[in-house]
Design a protein around this ligand. Structure first.
Ligand code: ADP
Ligand code: MG
Length: 282
């Protein structure tokens, strides 16, 4: 599924003294099957932007095209769009509410009009995808660990079989193990099932390791759009807007300043190790 954001503006509390211009003339295209990262300081418009991609918020001006169709056309089904573009909110575990894990994950497919049996089949598959075994089906979601709750919440969205999965800071507040589990899950959904992933994250390391392309937001505007390698070359701009480069890229820059002839475009640990070995002639 291709997504085009065409000169999108969004204004909260329009016409009041609290008016906030949260998105300013945002334009980009996302192709089917990409793994996109969205970065930007707090308040830069990331959450507002992603809620436009499944029609949850409607642009004040501008258009969103899904597979070439304008989602604001009067005969476009936003309900269908919401099951094709799954959105996992920040701290999604706060939205778990059923008595058992299985019931919770069945909620989405049931809402789509599937029968109980079909919904359960979807739930089994989604829970398997997020590595939650049968032993969790009858457990109350409230009795799970933080990482498990989050995986169940993601399963709830996967059970609707979205073609695009958008996640708002899905690793926030998790320990390193929990973070890795979620990131691996996203990578396998992308690599094995061809699901388009749009990931909002604060971690430049995660972005360098997983995203194929980054969209950089600053004060409501999209200011950069490119591969992590390209984006992380602009450390001065990133710092100016309250972001950083991956730590290993920072280390290479320091080495360069101290006179080592290292390639400073490396963004992952592996690339950095290669770059240092080459500089040392090893
Ligand atoms: P981010 O996700 O990058 O932190 P947001 O999209 O949440 O940014 O916020 C962008 C801007 O819109 C901020 O100035 C924020 O205060 C404002 N904003 C976000 N949500 C609302 C809302 N529901 N009502 C009014 N203003 C909001
Ligand atoms: Mg946000």
């Amino acid at each position: 599924m291709s997504i085009i954001c065409d000169h999108v503006n969004y204004i909260y509390s329009r016409g009041t003294s609290d008016e906030i211009h949260a998105l300013k003339d945002v334009c980009f295209k996302i192709e089917d099957g990409e793994f996109i990262g969205i970065i930007g300081a707090t308040g830069s418009g990331k959450s507002t932007l992603i809620q436009h991609l499944n029609g949850l918020l409607k642009a004040t001006s501008g258009h969103i095209y899904i597979n070439g169709e304008d989602i604001y056309d009067s005969d476009y089904s936003l309900k269908k769009l919401r099951s094709r573009v799954g959105l996992v909110f920040q701290y999604p575990e706060h939205q778990l509410f059923e008595e058992t894990v299985l019931k919770d994950v069945c909620f989405g497919p049931k809402n789509q009009g599937l029968t109980s049996t079909e919904s359960q089949m979807r739930a089994y598959e989604a829970l398997e995808n997020v590595k939650m075994g049968e032993d969790c089906y009858d457990v109350s979601p409230f009795d799970l660990s933080g990482g498990q709750k989050r995986r169940v919440a993601i399963a709830g969205v996967l059970a609707m079989k979205p073609e695009v999965l958008i996640l708002d800071e899905p690793t926030a507040g998790l320990d390193p193990e929990g973070r890795e589990e979620i990131l691996h899950l996203l990578k396998s959904l992308h690599d094995e099932q061809g699901i388009t992933i749009i990931l909002v994250s604060h971690s430049m390391e995660d972005m360098a390791d997983y995203a194929e392309r980054l969209l950089v937001m600053d004060k409501g505007s999209l200011i950069m759009n490119g591969s992590p390698r390209e984006i992380f070359q602009n450390s001065a701009i990133l710092e100016e807007i309250g972001l950083s480069v991956p730590q290993v890229t920072g280390v290479l820059r320091e080495m360069r300043q101290k006179g080592f002839d290292v390639d400073i475009s490396a963004t992952t640990i592996e690339e950095a190790a290669d770059s240092i070995m080459r500089a040392l002639g090893l």
